[in-house]
Design a protein around this ligand. Structure first.
Ligand SMILES: [Zn+2]
Length: 459
């Protein structure tokens, strides 16, 4: 069966009020829709931004705001049941009184869609409302620590609240959190500037038998090793350090680096498990989906996917392949290679890529080098790198039933994955038996992209 999208829609959610949208989905063979951000657009007060967002050129988005871009403030799509949040540090956003009728319209539209047989997925929205808005890719000021148990507690109550306001939802998607994975100085996702160190972080570190400063020491020791890569060290890595125990030796040579990795895996697991278990406690039938990056990058972000499958229903790894911007795999590989070459005089780009490929256990074709990532990918790249990561995702999640990877084409000013690249990605997914994916995001779909998506979904 060819892969079908769960189609993500983001504000303006007026798109969902139009029966034409649902007819279009049905005609395309798409029977699941996810609300990427359950927010209404208020024309009064607050920090107003442009809707549709600049990359969102779909005519339905423009039609939903009256045909011309508008400035709006995203607000909550329902009035919270405040009693649910008693005793938690965080409080839910209010629905402004004058938006009540908009909220009712959205509820009715989603109920109608459910009655038509569509599956509706909802997303955890705490990040948007607690961390101040959505969408520009710049570093946001974190108001809450992932190790604060109240944050997971809030996510659980928010999920209950959302599901009772929008009943009939078939799944709840959690996006992240991730420890960062880039090394390029100044990058949004630079792992070496990531630190919190609050009392909750200290508590988790101490539960593992060390102090929080030891975690940072491990991270810095990792950086020092990246800044000391000679061609000889790379050759030694390739020739002599394979296997389970060869890899473990590498980490234990600097024990703090291994503790840093263990800390990250512990933090992510405790947080995500608490949310999954909490949602299941109140809503045993609700499917909870958790997200992660590519298998190559997941360990460094703190995600041990095979362990997560013990408490999560569905894993949604990100098949994000673009170059430039943030969060795309080609961009990440190029950033690592550039930075390693900058840090290590004497290391060629070829050696740096060899090291990356071995360290992250991801094959790279010889006909498509990071310096060429701004150009169309070769077929060999799909047959090696892309195929490898899809296969590992399926192996980690145990097969297509509990696997719904994210597919998207861009983030924040990156180069876009082209329609031809999307087609080849979907072909690789089909060949490996992937049945569903989450397409991010409908609002930015062009006619060319739509025709690629529907080539598969209509089959
Ligand atoms: Zn903290």
């Amino acid at each position: 069966m060819p892969p079908k999208p769960v189609m993500l829609v983001r504000p303006p959610l007026g798109i969902l009020l139009d029966d034409g949208f649902w007819d279009e989905m049905e005609e395309a063979g798409i029977d699941e829709v996810a609300i990427q951000w359950l927010a209404l657009l208020d024309d009064q007060g607050g920090d107003q931004t442009r809707y549709p967002q600049i990359e969102d050129t779909h005519p339905r988005g423009l039609a939903a705001v009256g045909g011309e871009p508008v400035q709006r403030t995203p607000v909550a799509a329902y009035a919270p049941d405040r009693g649910l949040y008693d005793g938690l540090t965080f409080s839910p956003p209010d629905l402004p009184d004058h938006m009540t009728s908009e909220s009712t319209k959205l509820k009715l539209a989603l109920r109608k869609a459910t009655e038509r047989g569509f599956g509706i997925w909802l997303m955890d929205d705490k990040g948007y409302f607690l961390f101040g808005g959505f969408g520009d890719g710049t570093q946001r000021k974190a108001l809450a620590c992932v190790n604060d148990p109240d944050l997971a507690g809030y996510a659980v109550q928010r999920a209950r609240d959302t599901c009772s306001n929008f009943p009939g939802g078939s799944g709840m998607i959690l996006d992240g959190p991730d420890f960062k994975w880039e090394i390029k100085p100044g990058h949004r996702d630079d792992m070496f500037v990531e630190e919190c160190g609050c009392r909750h972080c200290v508590r988790v570190a101490e539960s593992l038998g060390f102090g929080y400063e030891h975690v940072l020491e491990g991270r810095d020791a990792f950086k020092a090793r990246l800044q000391n890569l000679s061609p000889q060290i790379v050759d030694d890595q390739l020739a002599n350090r394979g296997g389970l125990f060869g890899g473990l030796d590498w980490w234990l040579e600097e024990p703090a680096t291994a503790d840093w990795m263990r800390y990250k895996a512990t933090v992510i697991e405790q947080h995500v498990r608490a949310i999954c278990d909490g949602i299941h406690e109140y809503m045993p039938d609700m499917k909870v989906a958790t997200s992660s990056r590519m298998p190559a990058l997941a360990p460094i972000t703190g995600h041990v996917v095979r362990r997560k499958m013990a408490f999560s229903d569905i894993e949604m790894p990100k098949l994000y392949w673009w170059y430039g911007g943030v969060a795309g795999f080609r961009g990440t590989v190029a950033n690592w290679v550039d930075t390693l070459v900058e840090w290590n005089a004497g290391l060629t780009r070829e050696k740096a890529l060899d090291w990356f490929s071995a360290a992250f256990d991801v094959p790279m074709p010889s006909d498509y080098q990071p310096s060429e990532y701004g150009e169309e990918a070769t077929d060999a790249w799909f047959d090696t790198t892309v195929d490898d990561q899809i296969r590992k995702m399926l192996a980690q999640t145990g097969g297509p039933e509990r696997f719904v990877p994210w597919v998207g084409l861009e983030h924040f000013g990156s180069k876009w994955v082209t329609p031809s690249e999307l087609r080849r990605l979907l072909q690789r997914m089909e060949a490996q038996g992937v049945q569903r994916y989450a397409y991010f995001v409908y609002n930015s779909v062009t006619p060319e992209i739509w025709s690629v998506i529907t080539e598969f979904s209509r089959k």
